[in-house]
Design a protein around this ligand. Structure first.
Ligand code: HEM
Length: 461
């Protein structure tokens, strides 16, 4: 892998940064953008000083945007990537707040998302498009530069990436549940350097010992990632997800909210559609899937297509990393190598890594049940996918692969207790089948799915 291809000077994917930015993002825009910064600070439903902000009052964000000057000439001249990222973040937040404010207020009144604005005024559209071209991404709120990875501010610089130590540079609700929700994504990524490092070690490995060392490192990263992921239940209360969820909705796939799309005034008269920000733009699980070979088990269907479409919603340097890794791992390289070498220990570490990917996905599926399905009947994800179809696609792939790996492990292996793995796997398959039956029923109820996970002791909370 050519590591130079994985940097845009904001991100630099390697064993030091993983998928986190090279250094902390700029918290506040330079003085020359003070009016823009004021709007970002005034915007949240709850401002930093506890008072109500613009998004607490119907019509207020529209009025404020009307009076905002067009900074396009200033933006054109910026060449520092950290300033461009902070500008992108500011315009992305304002764009989503402006467009989706009517949907938010609609939801408050009727518990259904109302129609969004479909014209983005030129004072937002023009500078936003200029800065998005510089970063080479779509002009819409994304996961990397805007909502998540490029939005953290360390509260105490001497401390780490635990979500409790992370504030948000820009916010929609301004409440702790929003901070916990999205800053936990950053928190989880503190283990991405170890994950990336373990994969680079594998690519440089010379023998089974090297391979097993790299896999042990990968397993340890995945375990920590899962431990942090599970903290979501405390970091962000599921009943409060709707306080900010509407603002991260995308245009594409959400026709009920956005109709044909949004016209960016001053750019084109043609409505455009972009997908919304979603954890599906995060890189940990895609990287783990590619490295281990889970992708070889992805079915060919619309959801797989959608996951691949989401690759284009990442910075180019990250896209290069994922596509080069895919080339490196071509033909299920890891699995075949371990098999060829009769590396029993390697197989036993691999199955444990796959188990962590399973736990991530099954826990994550329970997030979807509680945070989304128990809160609303609107079954479209912010990224624009039909929410309840994720389970068959992703969990089936992992379980099938686990069964193939397990078959090759001798019954009396000294590295794992194979019988216990077999029993667990069959429980996981039963859980999946039963959930699928529930989802196909007419009266699908999120609570039933949740109860089933609990009954089989595979609950995440
Ligand atoms: C309350 C917490 C969460 C909820 C409600 C949630 C919701 C969702 C939904 C609805 C999808 C479907 C795709 C779409 O948005 O269109 C999705 C996909 C995804 N999310 Fe999350 N998510 C949560 C937390 C996380 C976290 C913490 C991560 C990782 C840092 C993550 C990573 C992913 C990935 C990788 C996918 C793609 C599907 C897959 O490969 O299994 N999510 N999420």
């Amino acid at each position: 892998m050519n590591l130079d291809r994985y940097s845009d000077n904001f991100f630099q994917v390697n064993h030091i940064n993983g998928f986190l930015p090279k250094k902390s993002p700029i918290a506040v825009l330079p003085k020359r953008y003070s009016d823009l910064q004021i709007l970002i600070d005034e915007m949240p439903i709850k401002k930093a000083n506890g008072e109500n902000g613009l998004l607490a009052e119907e019509g207020a964000i529209e009025d404020a945007v009307k009076n905002l000057k067009n900074y396009k000439e200033l933006v054109k001249d910026e060449d520092d990537v950290f300033i461009n990222q902070a500008l992108f973040r500011a315009y992305a937040f304002l764009t989503s707040a402006y467009l989706l404010a009517p949907s938010h207020f609609g939801f408050q009144k009727t518990k259904k998302y109302g129609k969004a604005h479909t014209i983005l005024p030129s004072q937002l559209a023009e500078p936003f498009v200029i800065v998005s071209k510089k970063l080479d991404v779509y002009p819409f709120l994304d996961y990397h530069y805007a909502y998540s990875l490029g939005n953290y501010v360390k509260i105490d610089n001497a401390k780490g990436y635990e979500w409790e130590n992370l504030a948000m540079a820009a916010k929609f609700s301004g409440m702790d549940d929003e901070r916990g929700f999205i800053m936990l994504h950053v928190d989880i990524n503190q283990y991405s350097p170890q994950l990336v490092g373990s994969i680079l070690e594998f690519l440089n490995s010379k023998n089974s010992n090297d391979i097993n060392r790299s896999l042990t490192n990968c397993l340890s990263a995945m375990k920590s990632i899962n431990e942090r992921r599970q903290i979501m239940w405390e970091a962000s209360r599921w009943k409060h997800y709707n306080d900010f969820r509407v603002f991260i909705m995308g245009i594409k796939g959400n026709n009920e909210i956005f109709g044909d799309g949004v016209v960016y005034e001053g750019i084109s008269d043609k409505p455009v559609q972009y997908r919304g920000q979603t954890g599906a733009q995060d890189n940990i699980i895609p990287t783990a899937d590619i490295f281990t070979g889970v992708i070889e088990y992805y079915p060919s269907n619309d959801l797989t297509k959608y996951l691949l479409d989401l690759r284009s919603y990442r910075p180019k340097c990250i896209q290069h990393f994922l596509s080069d890794l895919k080339d490196e791992m071509y033909g299920n390289r890891l699995f075949n190598k371990i098999k060829e070498d009769n590396n029993e220990e390697g197989l036993c570490i691999l199955i444990q890594i796959l188990d962590e990917i399973y736990y991530f996905r099954n826990g994550h599926w329970q997030f979807v049940q509680k945070y989304i399905m128990a809160n609303t009947k609107y079954a479209k994800a912010t990224g624009g996918t039909p929410i309840i179809s994720w389970i068959p696609n992703q969990i089936t792939a992992v379980l099938k692969y686990m069964s193939d790996v397990l078959e090759l492990i001798p019954n009396n292996s000294s590295f794992i207790d194979k019988t216990s793995f077999e029993e667990q796997l069959s429980k996981k398959v039963t859980l999946l089948d039963k959930q699928l039956q529930l989802l196909h029923g007419d009266n699908y109820n999120a609570e039933d799915v949740f109860a089933l996970n609990r009954k089989l002791k595979l609950n995440d909370d």
